[in-house]
Design a protein around this ligand. Structure first.
Ligand code: PMP
Length: 451
């Protein structure tokens, strides 16, 4: 139960919420959960109800809630040096950049921003300018994938491959195009994995040729599409795409905003596939969501072109709050604790256990496919397992509602049918205990049983 004394009752808070708050995403929500405090994998609302957060907030509270060490790292830094712009430098920024480079296993130079969207915008701008400075100014196109999510700003949203999220805000930034995702359950090429030719990877070669390679700056992808339905690629996919990028002189940007910082069972998601990206973007888990911070890590060989280029060709991009010292100090502490406590191995172990335990719903008539990547899991709901017709919205809503009744937060996304989400998502914190995991799976099972 809650230990915090709330001076206002829920009705009064809800009244003010309705008057003053504009919630993210959701249409008018008359009864939001009003969170008050959190610990481990659990969040308590203002009435004292305790929920297991099966989604780590928005896939971000990797280390788990309530870590005093993180609060203290930020507090100490705020007292010492609360702010300094990164046109110059500061100690926590330098140390964090070094740690990120170390985790990436190579020399990368790190540009700090505040959000995943901003980190991706930085990546696009660096990719375009890099080619200009290498004497190929015609390379500006960015190739992304349908179903991917890369952020909310005009460039990052242009890279996003979900029409329903975009169409009301178009025209977005020009120069972004998309290829079909490696979605084996509903292969866009009508193939079956094992007997296919990895058409989902080969399509990059075709598209880059058709577009004229000399107009293409970069490919951007997540190691696994998360927000578009937990679409896990075959193991050969990323290495093949890397090879195609190299063949055409195209940079490979890996968006690690969700998959990074241990979530995949490796330090970064792409490390599961043995590829080396040119640019890596990260956010969310870098501070475990405790403070805003994001990073764009650029391979030294690419970054050096900016140093050599002279004052008129420097990277003309500034961000007032990006790389705030307290956020950097907190992120460094977060990464150190994740290392010291073996939490990446724990995430991997939890991911395997979650997938294994979910076999209890595998034969349910409304479960079409269960996919997992590290501690990220997607349960694709269908009406009919033969035809794979996506489950009706009321069925998906029922499972989510039943989970909530049982005090467990589960997510959804997908857009298998435009605008409608039939894929349930789970990405609990690394602090989830074995008992928490049993509870989570029991709730999922009971909730499916109500259908
Ligand atoms: N890339 C990916 C893969 C994401 O999942 C998100 C956020 N869900 C973003 C980028 C954008 O991050 P932010 O919301 O911090 O701008």
């Amino acid at each position: 139960a809650s230990t915090t004394a709330h001076t206002e009752n829920k009705e009064s808070l809800l009244e003010k919420d309705r008057t003053y708050m504009w919630h993210h995403m959701s249409p008018y929500n008359p009864n939001p959960m009003i969170a008050a405090e959190s610990k481990g994998a659990w969040v308590t609302d203002v009435e004292g109800n305790v929920y297991l957060d099966g989604m780590s907030g928005l896939w971000c509270v990797n280390i788990g809630y309530g870590r005093q060490e993180l609060a203290e790292a930020a507090y100490e830094q705020l007292k010492t040096l609360a702010y300094f712009p990164l046109t110059q430098s500061h100690v926590p920024g330098i140390k964090l950049a070094e740690k990120i480079s170390e985790w990436l296993g190579d020399e990368y130079r790190v540009f700090f921003s505040n959000s995943g969207s901003e980190a991706n915008e930085v990546a696009f701008k660096i990719a375009r300018q890099y080619h200009q400075q290498k004497g190929q100014p015609s390379r500006y196109k960015i190739v992304s994938r349908y179903r991917a999510y890369h952020g909310n700003s005009m460039g990052a949203l242009a890279a996003t491959g979900q029409g329903v999220r975009k169409h009301k805000y178009e025209p977005l930034a020009p120069g972004f195009l998309h290829v079909p995702p490696p979605y084996c359950y509903r292969c866009p090429f009508g193939k079956t994995y094992g007997s296919c030719n990895l058409e989902c990877a080969e399509v990059y070669d075709q598209v880059i040729n058709w577009e004229c390679a000399e107009t293409v700056a970069a490919v951007i992808m997540e190691p696994t599409i998360t927000g578009g339905g937990v679409i896990v690629p075959p193991p050969e996919y990323l290495p093949k795409v890397r090879e195609i990028c190299d063949k055409h002189g195209v940079l490979l940007i890996i968006d690690e905003v969700i998959c990074g910082v241990g979530r995949s069972g490796q330090k970064f998601g792409h490390q599961n596939f043995g590829v080396k990206p040119d640019i890596v973007t990260m956010a969310k888990g870098i501070t475990s969501g405790y403070l805003p911070l994001s990073a764009t890590a650029v391979r030294a060989g690419i970054a050096d072109c900016f140093n050599e280029a002279g004052i008129n060709q420097h990277f003309r991009h500034i961000n007032t709050f990006g790389g705030n010292p307290a956020a950097c100090a907190l992120a460094l502490k977060n990464m150190e604790l994740i290392e010291e406590e073996g939490l990446i191995q724990r995430a991997e172990e939890l991911g395997h256990a979650l997938r294994a335990k979910l076999s209890v719903i595998e034969d349910h008539p409304n479960v079409g496919d269960i996919r997992s990547f590290g501690l990220i899991c997607g349960i694709e709901m269908v009406e009919n397992r033969e035809t794979k017709e996506p489950a009706a919205p009321d069925k998906v809503a029922q499972v989510i509602g039943e989970c909530k009744k049982r005090r467990m937060i589960i997510g959804k996304n997908g857009d298998t049918v435009p605008g409608f989400h039939n894929i349930l998502t789970l990405a609990p914190p690394f602090s989830t205990t074995d008992e928490d995991l049993d509870f989570l799976v029991r709730v999922v099972k009971e909730s499916f049983d109500t259908l």
